[in-house]
Write a protein that binds this ligand. Structure first.
Ligand code: GLA
Length: 380
């Protein structure tokens, strides 16, 4: 295995443990996880791989194929938020969130990843999950997957400084092959929902616009604030607790921006439950419509889309997709299109042509298949 050799080359001895944790596609339920709603993500095959070697002191050394030549040095006892280079914070943050009292010693760590960075496919959560699952295994904590997800989220919120919800960490840890995860983001109770598009002649095409977002920027936090402010005005703890009709009846209590952002959230929460029904009934036309409505709402009300994402969605739909939408935090990253398998080549070439015509960077494509969650792949 390649990561085994890379670890050995950098640190001069063989690793004790190797873990893997996937990135994700969110089928529907965008910007809902910090509003207490249900989300419906699934894991993709692209994963982060992490190799660990136990040390006999409290030091941590981290190297990665993504940043060749750099070795980040830290110590489990003296970690403080924002320590280290940006890329290493997703790893150090998990150590920090676990707390030095629970860590008898440090590690040498090598990170490798096939999850495209900044593509809205949760590369950062996959790094956090690969570390969390490995520490849990190494020290035999027997923590539940939802508890590990909370630790990983705390690492990102408080160590990295990105006020994300729980969806990405939870799906990377809790995913099962062939299933989407219907996740209640308040309780982390979940249900696996079979997602077998292939046998229906369908597939989910991921269109990576290769426009990179920076979620630590203010746009995400601002939208989260608007939603929280709206919940406060309504006298509820999260927007999950308000129906679409009740929300609309109280429209006058909001300024336009807050209204539109919160309107996206309450309608998107309702769309997730409709999407689960559509999936259970095998009603893919309806699922496609819901994807389109989600995109329009993210574009026009939540305003987190961008010209490349809108172009990908419009072109895919004009070439026969049942529905399409941007996924993840937004401002770039990826879109998904629910398509008939036989349309894939023509949709890919039409999207590529449209991108070239608009002078956008050329997009990348892959078909997303619901894959397994975080796991230990080798013990030394
Ligand atoms: C990012 C965050 C998630 C979620 C999505 C939007 O991926 O990390 O918690 O809020 O954006 O749905």
């Amino acid at each position: 295995m390649e990561i085994f050799e890379k670890f050995t080359e950098v640190f001069g001895y063989a690793p004790n443990l190797i873990s893997a944790a996937p990135g994700r596609v969110n089928l529907i339920g965008e910007h809902i996880d910090y509003n207490g709603g249900d989300v419906l993500p699934f894991a993709i095959a692209h994963s982060t791989y992490a190799a660990f070697g136990a040390r006999n002191d409290s030091k941590i050394r981290i190297a990665s194929s993504l940043f060749p030549g750099e070795v980040i040095q830290a110590d489990t006892h003296i970690l403080t938020p924002l320590y280290g280079q940006m890329w290493s914070r997703y790893i150090l943050g998990v150590f920090w969130a676990v707390g030095s009292a629970r860590l008898p010693h440090g590690f040498d760590i090598y990170i490798d990843s096939t999850v495209p960075i900044g593509a809205g496919l949760s590369s950062s959560a996959s790094v956090e999950a690969s570390v969390a699952i490995a520490l849990n295994e190494f020290f035999q904590w027997n923590m539940s997957l939802p508890d590990l997800a909370r630790i990983a989220q705390r690492a990102e919120n408080d160590f990295v400084g990105m006020p994300c919800g729980i969806m990405d960490q939870a799906i990377s840890l809790m995913a099962q092959e062939g299933q989407a995860l219907l996740l209640d983001t308040r309780t982390l109770k979940s249900e696996q929902i079979p997602l077998d598009l292939t046998s229906k002649g369908l597939e989910l095409l991921v269109i990576d616009t290769r426009v990179h977002h920076e979620l630590v920027d203010g746009g995400y936090a601002e939208r989260r604030d608007s939603c929280e402010k709206a919940a406060e005005t309504l006298g509820v703890s999260t927007l999950r607790e308000i129906s679409v009709s009740e929300f609309e009846s109280r429209k006058r209590e909001f300024d336009t921006t807050t209204y539109l952002r919160a309107h996206h959230a309450v309608t998107e929460i309702a769309r997730v439950s409709k999407a689960v029904t559509a999936l259970r009934e095998g009603n893919y036309e309806e699922l496609g419509q819901l994807l389109n409505q989600s995109h329009e709402s993210l574009r026009d009300e939540f305003t987190v889309s961008c010209p490349e994402l809108n172009c990908a969605v419009e072109v895919a739909n004009s070439r026969g997709a049942l529905g399409s939408r941007m996924i993840g935090g937004g401002y770039g990253g990826s879109a998904i299109a629910l398509i008939h398998q036989e349309d894939r080549a023509s949709i890919e070439s039409a999207v590529s042509d449209a991108f070239a015509k608009n002078e956008f960077i050329s997009p990348r494509f892959f078909v997303a298949l619901p894959s397994a969650g975080a796991r230990i792949i080798q013990r030394g």
